[in-house]
Write a protein that binds this ligand. Sequence first.
Ligand SMILES: O=C(O)C1=C[C@@H](OP(=O)(O)O)[C@@H](O)[C@H](O)C1
Ligand SMILES: C=C(OP(=O)(O)O)C(=O)O
Length: 406
Amino acid sequence: MNLKLENISSIENNTLQITGSKSETNRLLILQALYPNIEIENVSNSDDSKLMQRALRSNEVVIDIHHAGTAMRFLTAYFAVKKGRETILTGSKRMQERPIKILVNALRQLGCAISYEKKEGYPPIKILGRQPISNQVTLKANVSSQYISALMLVAASLPDGLVIILNGKVTSVPYINMTLSLLKDVGIAGTFENNVITILSNNDDLSQKVRVESDWSSASYFYSIVALANINDSVTIGSYKKESYQGDSALIEIYRDLGVETSFDDNIITLTKVSNEIRLPEGLDLSNSPDIAQTIAVTCFGLGLRCYLTGLHTLKIKETDRLEALKTEIEKLGGSVTITQDTLRLESSKSIKADVSIATYNDHRMAMAFAPLALRNSLYIENADVVSKSYPDFWSDLKKLGFKIL
Ligand SMILES: O=C(O)C1=C[C@@H](OP(=O)(O)O)[C@@H](O)[C@H](O)C1
Ligand SMILES: C=C(OP(=O)(O)O)C(=O)O
């Protein structure tokens, strides 16, 4: 499905209910599989969460988790410690290019039996579930925090809990803290101090009810829309918490510099365009919130603002190489972008070409990040249904704001 977004000059103020965080949901689904009396409210309707639910219900040997990174990593740890279960975990073509060796090696240290079905270091993998023989593991922490969260999620179900020692600079730290916070919410004790995570074993019949906060990464597209809208334009979205577990709530501070003010009314937030005096800090470090890098780069492009984003080393191994994809698509629109392994520099530009067709590379965030540019010029979004990976209602929500989508 290719969509045309007509140029619009303003938005209609409206209130939207955003689906639950896919990161929180996919953690809680693993915990619920281990402790069946846990209750989850506001479950994400994302494909990635549906795939996770389906995988956890499945009795098949082969489980295909398509593009869902968290499902791939969390289920690897889950099935590895499930005694007697044989599983082959596979995924999309891109998933077969996303590395998993660090997690597999960590699980092997615990005595788990995992082998590669095709390329060493990548899915598909064959897992023979076993009870671990050790309660301590060491792994590299600078490639993906998902490997670490995966181990943390199964840790309390092991007879002696787990001590996880992290090597090197830890990336995407808020996601590790999110895992720890959710473990605590369901009644599991743990600490994360000086690169050592300790999770205590827990065999109780945990039965807490946990409410998933709405997805902050999905909120980023509304921050971008409001930043590109007119003074006093606003969008109201729910349900969000002032003290979020999601690192992407850094949007509040980042977009304040781009003229957007956030106000809380209980758990509903209103984003309002308050200023045209805009400037991002030089060298904005996004290593704690990699998923909003595309949104911010495209907002700056739409505002004609230069920006220099750093800490982007994980972007190359996500749904696509997001650095290459951003450069290619922004340059099609007339922008100028320089990338390295972990940075992106965008030059300021005065105009945006009309009717450019944006390729999305099977990456939901490419589609959603470029859509707000309809406030500057008409454009096409290719394979627009990719948004369902995290936010199936994205296009219908945009229509509620007055976007003209054909
Ligand atoms: O744990 C999670 O829920 C996630 C962690 C991040 O990945 P990395 O730790 O690989 O950067 C993030 O990009 C991803 O969308 C979700
Ligand atoms: C990187 C992402 O997801 P995952 O790694 O879980 O596929 C994302 O949602 O932007």
